[in-house]
Design a protein around this ligand. Sequence first.
Ligand code: HEC
Ligand code: HEC
Length: 457
Amino acid sequence: MHDSPAHMSRFFLLCLMSCGAESAPVQPPVDTADTAAAEPPDADYGRWALLNEDYIQCGVPASVYDQYVGAASPAERMAERDGRNAELPYYMTAVTADNGAELVAQNCLFCHAAFMDGELVVGLGNPWLDFTTDATAYAAAMPLLAADEAEREEAEKWSERVMATGGSLVTDTVGSNPADTLAQALFAHKDPTTLAWSSSPMMELPSGPIPTDVPPLWNMAKKERMLYSGTATGDLPRVMMTASALCTDDVEDAEEIYTYFDDIAAYFATLEPPAFPDAIDQGLADEGQVLFEDSCAMCHGTYGEEPTYPGELVGVDEVGTDPSLALQPTDILRFVDWFNESWYGETATLAPTGAYIAPPLDGIWATAPYLHNGSVPDLASLLDSSIRPTYWRRSTTYDTTVVGWRSTTLDGGKDEASDPTRVIDTTLPGWSNAGHIYGDGFDADQRAAVLEYLKTL
Ligand code: HEC
Ligand code: HEC
C-alpha cells in the first residue's frame, strides 16, 4: 500500500493561515439541531459543516492560491463538497471575508484525514505533515502577492498571525505535529474574555512543540476526555474549537461557530475505522482475544457486540512512556489558566493529569506510528519493547505483517543522517520509545496471537 506525502509540505505555507469571514456561497442542508436548542446534535449536518463551513476565518487570497497551487487533483477532491470547495483539496475551504475578499483556508482535515491504500479516510491522523521549516518568511511575502486592496488587507491579517505564531511551531521531525503549540501561541495573543487579538503577545510564547502524533477521531465515540493526556473534559466541542481559533477575534463569532460544533462532534462519533485489508487467521485471533482480555482489556476495554471502555488514565510512572507531554513544566500552566478563564473554558475544563489515557484500540492497525509521540513504528515492536528501533526512518509502504509503516532501522541518529528531518531519533527529548511493556511477558506465539486479534478491532 502506498501513499503520496510529497504534496503536503508545500501546503504548509498556505495552510495555518486565513482571516474575518462569511461562509462560501453554498447550499447547506438544514441543521435540524439549530432550530430548537433542545434538539440532539445532527451528525449529517456536522459532516457538511466540517467540509464547508468557515470556522477558520482567515486565509490566503484565492487569487494567490489559484496562481501558485491551482486546482486539486481528482484524488484530493470530495464529491459532496459544494461550490468552490468542490475544486479545492479536501483540506482547504473557500471563505469570503467581511470585506468581500475571496480566501482559501486550511480546515481540520489537514491533520485529521489521510490516505490509506489509496482511499481518503476522514478521521485518520495524517502522519506525513512536514512542519520542519519555518513558514514565516513565506507569510511575510503574501500581502505583496494580493491582487487588490481587499485581498491585501486579508493577506496582512493572515500574515501577521502566521508570523506571530509560526516561529514556535517548527518541529525537528516530519510527522511530528505542533497543534498544541499553535493553540498555545494563539492563546498568548488573545484576550481570554473578549478573544480580541493583540499584535504583541500578552504572555510568554510556548517554547516549542513537544513531539506528538495525530490521534484518530473515530475514538471520540468512546472518549469522555480529549487529548493524549486526557487533559480536556466537559463540553468537548469548545475544546475542539481552539483548533479553529486563528482569526476568531470576538465572542460573537465564536458563538456563531459554536452553533454547529456539537454537530461536528456528533459526526466524529459516527466515524468508523477502516477494516484491515488482508486476510485474518480467525483461530489465531480468537487465541489472542483471550490473552488480550487477560492482559490489556483492563485499560483498553473490550470489543465486539457489547464493547466496554474504561477510559483509564495511567500515570507516566506506571506506563513508562515519554513523560514530556504529560508532565509539562509548570510554566505551561499559563495556557491552561488562559483556557479555563476564557470563553472556551466557560463549559469545558483543561487540567493537567500527569498521565496518558489508554486509548480505545478500534482501527489500531491503521494508525501507525504508535504511542502519543509516534516513536514506535509498528504493532509488532509495540508488543515487544526489545525490538523497538532506536533510530529509524519510515517508508510510504504499509506493512500488514508487522502492522505499521515499513521502516528502516538506522545505526545513528539525526546527526549522522543526510535527511535528518526524516529520522526518528528516540534518544532526543520527547521522543523516548520506552515503556508500555505490557506485551513483553508474552512468548512469540502469544504475541503473534495478540497481534492477529488487534487486526480485527
Ligand atoms: C495542525 C494539525 C491539526 C489541525 C489543523 C487540527 N487538529 Fe485536532 N488534533 C491535532 C493533534 C496533534 C491532536 C492531539 C493533541 C494532544 O492530544 O495533545 C489533536 C486532537 C484532536 C481531538 C482529540 C482526539 C482525542 O482522541 O483525544 C479532536 C476531537 C480534534 N483534534 C478535533 C479537531 C477539529 C474539530 C479541528 C478543526 C477545527 C482540528 N482538530 C484541527 C492536530 C490538528
Ligand atoms: C495499565 C494500563 C495498560 C495496559 C495493561 C495496557 N495498555 Fe496499552 N496503552 C496504555 C496507555 C496509557 C497507552 C498510551 C501511552 C502513550 O501514548 O504514551 C497505551 C497505548 C497502547 C497502544 C498504542 C496506541 C496508539 O494509538 O498509538 C497500543 C497498540 C496498546 N496500548 C496495546 C496494548 C496491548 C495489546 C496491551 C496488552 C498486551 C496493552 N496495551 C496493555 C495503557 C495500557
